[in-house]
Design a protein around this ligand. Structure first.
Ligand SMILES: [Zn+2]
Ligand SMILES: [Zn+2]
Length: 255
């Protein structure tokens, strides 16, 4: 049994065949998923999907690329949604220095506000990081984010920074990139991060694991991520599945 901790089944790419995609995930042994909503369009859909299936949960937050669009009302809305029984985390939030729609200072402000909210409502956070690890770690420390904890989603940087996140009580989630032939950092991370602090995800429809790289990703492919971690750690797939599922239930407080 596998737990895909980060899916975007609320994306346009799944509008036509979402039920079939979910069925394929179940057939592959994916027992739980968290659908992540990150703006005014994807949040309601994440909630709707989570309400529809017992084994699917939702996370709600504001994406750093669109930080410039977030209003105080949006933040209040996210706070209200945290009381929904299927909402298990706030996010994705963080910093993304690849795209320049939102200035860095606006991204940082929106990130800090969401960490403060997570501490207030006592929920874990899901962190999106693109080319911004040092600033993220700095803000996590300054905001005492160890008080809420959470997940470094689709972690794709050096192991030293991963260790700093572990010290703050965060989990490291690995996705498709760990399976890529030319990937080095995520493979070292898979080897060195202890099994009781690792999670797996697809981030579908993006970042499909090898040998499906470049195609639409889907939750069933999370098994390819788990298999690669098992191979890198020299342990069984069962053990990876058992630990990562247990870790996910723990961080999301799922019984
Ligand atoms: Zn992300
Ligand atoms: Zn995502």
């Amino acid at each position: 049994m596998l737990f895909d901790t980060h899916v975007h089944l609320n994306a346009d790419q799944f509008m036509e065949d979402r039920d079939e995609v979910i069925q394929r995930a179940l057939d592959t042994g994916v027992e739980h998923m968290v659908v992540v909503g990150f703006d005014r369009k994807t949040i309601p859909l994440a909630i709707e999907i989570a309400e529809q299936y017992d084994f699917i949960y939702a996370a709600v937050g504001w994406h750093p690329v669109d930080a410039i669009d977030m209003t105080d009302e949006d933040l209040k809305w996210i706070e209200e949604l945290c009381r929904h029984p299927k909402v298990v985390a706030i996010g994705e939030m963080g910093l993304d220095y690849h795209w320049d729609k939102s200035p860095h200072d606006v991204q940082k402000e929106v990130f800090r506000k969401q960490i403060q909210l997570a501490k207030k409502v006592n929920m874990p956070i899901i962190i999106h990081n693109r080319e911004a690890t040092e600033d993220i770690v700095h803000i996590l420390k300054e905001e005492n984010a160890q008080e809420c904890g959470g997940i470094m989603h689709c972690y794709n940087d050096v192991v030293d920074h991963a260790k700093e996140c572990l010290d703050l009580g965060f989990y490291i989630s690995l996705g498709g990139p760990v399976t890529f032939k030319n990937a080095t950092d995520p493979k070292i991370v898979a080897e060195e991060v202890p099994l009781d602090r690792l999670l797996i995800e697809t981030d579908c429809p993006f970042l499909a694991p090898h040998p499906n790289r470049g195609k639409r990703n889907e939750p069933a492919y999370v098994k390819l991520v788990a298999e690669k971690i098992a191979e890198l750690k020299g342990i069984s797939l069962d053990e990876v599945a058992r630990y990562t599922t247990e870790n996910a239930k723990k961080v999301f407080s799922i019984k």
